[in-house]
Design a protein around this ligand. Structure first.
Ligand SMILES: Cc1ncc(COP(=O)(O)O)c(C=O)c1O
Length: 397
């Protein structure tokens, strides 16, 4: 077979950190060992039946069999506008302030290319969602991760950004409830963000992937609920988590019309458009009964309680996440995120994601997802206790 050399752009892309983790986990699974998978972020519950039924019906319609309109069908864009008003009291114009794409991943990859030039910087948090550190490279730009800490609720302090970085910063990417820390944004923080954006003319993108999952009676805030936010930025929403529709590949963005226009124009060329039947299913999800969403949030909260209380009871002092479906646990002293994840995998057969994959400030943490059943989470705690890992000081190499 002839070997062809990929473009310099592809060669410059960093290797996917989590692919090597998957290899390591798979090598243990291949030995016939039952591994408890707390490392992934793929929802384990089925898509609600009414959404599947809407999709089946929509697939039969002749009008859904041609090319879909650029930027989303009128039906879905109007449903999104209604959804934002119903859920957040935020008014968005379906024509100019809404666009539809095939999953939030695509928007995260497209936005730096739609808004940045070579040499520009995209600001985000460290730790943060790994794609935020990769996608700006596609535009010849770079990422600066503002360090965030547990004592500040994993919210960034914009005053700490070095002046040289600030001058080159042309986009700010945030995500609350946060992957990986499980932190939630406050009203004050979002107001601060609007002021920062206004002062430096930096557009804001809020990735609201875990919009539906806030615990202890606290509902996640939409960035667009903040006065002035719609003038400064957009919110990216995915149906992957709220409605367990990860396999449908559908998401949308709402907010500032100039950013929406750039994103839509780029997406239309780079990705084409989302199949109309899937857009109909998404509209049915947004406007249909929302009981399944409340039940899903309650399920994740219950699982969080089971895992966090179980882990604390065996002597590991961990923080409980406020939202999302991830726990961000500090590794016991003497371990890095990788050595601790390896020890858990090899000795307890529990797979977690090492925090180093989420930025340099993740290196003392591991991320555990709440996407296994209550029984499996309890079993994970039993296995960790039985392995004795928590009672040892690791040997330093
Ligand atoms: C913060 C964050 N944004 C975006 C995504 C991807 O969403 P989608 O499934 O719509 O591509 C994820 C998925 O894990 C995520 O955690």
């Amino acid at each position: 077979m002839a070997e062809f050399i990929p473009s310099r752009q592809v060669q410059a892309l960093p290797a996917n950190y989590f692919t090597s983790i998957d290899h390591r986990i798979n090598s243990v699974v291949k030995q016939g060992i039952d591994v408890i998978h707390l490392h992934t972020g793929s929802p384990d519950q089925p898509t609600p039946k009414p959404i599947i039924q809407a999709m089946n019906k929509a697939a039969q319609l002749h009008e859904n069999q041609g090319y879909p309109p650029a930027g989303g069908t009128a039906t879905l864009k109007e449903a999104i506008s209604e959804f934002y008003m119903r859920e957040y009291g935020v008014s968005v114009d379906p024509e100019t302030e809404v666009t539809v794409f095939d999953g939030a991943t695509v928007a995260i990859s497209a936005l730096p290319q739609a808004m940045l030039n070579p040499g520009d910087v995209m600001l985000t948090t460290d730790p943060g969602y790994p794609l935020y550190f990769v996608c700006p490279h596609l535009a010849g730009a770079e990422t600066y991760g503002i360090p965030v800490h547990a004592e500040d609720g994993f919210l960034p302090n914009y005053q700490t950004i070095p002046e040289k970085i600030l001058q080159k910063s042309k986009l700010l990417m945030l995500n609350y409830p946060n992957n990986p820390t499980g932190a939630m944004a406050t009203k004050e923080f979002f107001a601060d963000t609007v002021a920062f954006s206004q002062a430096h003319h930096i557009p804001v993108v809020h990735d609201f992937a875990y919009a539906a999952f806030g615990f202890d009676g606290k509902r996640p805030l939409s960035f667009l609920q903040t006065p002035g936010a719609k003038e400064q930025g957009i919110e990216v929403y995915t149906l992957s988590k709220t409605y367990n529709m990860a396999g449908f590949r559908i998401g949308f963005a709402v907010g500032n019309a100039s950013i929406i226009r750039a994103l839509s124009q780029f997406h239309d060329i780079d990705h084409s458009d989302v199949p109309s039947a899937i857009q109909d299913a998404a509209a049915a999800a947004l406007l249909g009964p929302q009981q399944s969403v409340q039940e899903l949030c309650a399920l994740y909260e219950h699982r969080r309680n089971v895992l966090v209380s179980g882990i604390r009871a065996i002597g590991w002092d961990v923080i409980a996440p406020q939202g999302s479906f991830f726990c961000w646990f500090k590794a016991p002293s003497g371990y890095t995120s990788e050595t601790f994840a390896d020890a858990l995998l090899e000795r307890a057969h529990v797979a977690v994601a090492p925090g180093a994959g989420f930025g340099t400030h993740g290196n003392q943490f591991v991320r555990a997802g709440l996407l296994e059943s209550e029984e499996r989470l309890k079993e994970a705690v039993i296995r960790i206790k039985a392995s004795g890992i928590l009672n040892e000081t690791p040997v330093q190499n």
